[in-house]
Ligand binder design. Sequence first.
Ligand code: NAD
Length: 512
Amino acid sequence: MATPTVTTPKAAAGRPRPTPPKQYRNYIAGKWLDSAAERRAPNVSPADTRVTLGDVPLSPAAEVDAAVLAAAAAFPAWRDTPPPVRARILYRWAALIEKHIDELAAILALEEGKTFSESKGEIAKAINIVEFMAGEGRRIGGDTLPSELPRTFVYTLKQPLGVVAIITPWNFPVAIPCWKIAPALVAGNTIAFKPATLTPWTAQRLIELLEEAGLPGGVVNLIYGAGSTVGDALVHHKAVRAVSFTGSNEVGTHVYTEGAKRLLKVQCELGGKNPLVVLEDADLELAAVATAQGAFGSSGQRCTATSRAIVIDQVADQFVDLVRGHAQKVVVGDPLADGVTMGPSVDGGQFKTVLDYLGVAQGEGAKLVTGGKRLSEGAHEHGFFVEPTVYDGVTPGMRIAKEEIFGPVLSVIRVKSFEEAVEVANDVEFGLSSSLYTNDVNRMYRFVDLIETGIVHVNSPTVGGEAQAPFGGMKGTGVGTREQGKVAIDFFTELKTVYADYTGTKRTSNIY
Ligand code: NAD
């Protein structure tokens, strides 16, 4: 068993670090307001827990009420603003995010732990999404339909819902708010937005830039706080017409169940356990690079992370050797330091979860190929760092093969045939993303037919996606319509059917 090479970053090297705000303030009715919160949570940098990036207010439910009422008050004027005019604000927002990309990327790296270059990649995706959604401002449309009656015009139109709640996780704190806020806004809704408590700074900068882009007060309202207070209050607020939620299965199930009690429109995008399948004819080096990218990128904290490599037995030894080589080249450390390619886990809770799973893997008898430990010496002393870890000999029933770990941990599962690979790939509760490495076109299309994931990659990693393409999962990963792409508008609109009779006479019969 080899140990990964861990390069210690020089403390002084690296990117400039922005200064955190003195206060995180809620943004309600166009004003930045101090919360009356009795409790606050420190925003701790995961790479160095001695660094605190301010305190986040855990706002009381009364402030949620104020935010929702402000959104409700702003709705009529925003609804009546023509979509191409709404879109102009989104174009300006995208331009401002681009202008501040280095600053935002440094903030993201400091509070979430992604490397600077990964952070820039996330923000570039956010810009693409906002621009794409701004374009939809000139395309939101319905259908015109034939009527069975004479001189009757039948058509559909998409109308905004009203106040929508947007609840987001910490792992893509720029891209996910953008891919919810942009379609909701262009469709004419007003918003109460609750970001994750672990990433308040990125949320604050995003909303400051939206304000600078010219968004009228009250159209988007930002409230910090605990999920059990602020999140719950949003889900239960009578003026909230829909909730778009991304996060864990545990919380998503709760939100969906509570929403169902009042027939609330709810969209949930939840966890993943994404497989990358390697057939015997695959380019093994390409497959190994993609596996390492998917498993260790963003410290494994992506819903689309590659957490299972399902490999045909006859090429498995060679594949595992190649993946080991890539894992050992990962440079773990301070995400803003030069040369670092993987940052820490986001916080103590997530760190403990990952370390616990390393124990589970050992207990289940998985064979450690590389990694398997926390890093706690030298420059890693004060952060939540884990070695990029690969286990071989994992069987489909093991917990590490079934449960989302959300850390840099890959399970290799060996199989005998294409059919067994598909069966194992589908044998989890999740269904977000998958990947197949092969040069066999027949098995490629058969895989696309059979795999139970919302996104399928062929000869490309499980991670990644484009703004114009729908994003989301099947089975336990998601309910509600897809996000991103033009279908994103569907969740944020009500479809209205119109029958307009221009005969000027009494309607007498239909075709029968
Ligand atoms: P989480 O479920 O703990 O929190 C998500 C959000 O829900 C946070 O803002 C949190 O404060 C809020 N929340 C907590 N309790 C709540 C409640 N009772 N009512 C309403 N809101 C509440 O998830 P997380 O740890 O922030 O994010 C990681 C998870 O998100 C992983 O499972 C990951 O796979 C998933 N994720 C999924 C996608 C996707 O598109 N499928 C994308 C990114 C992340």
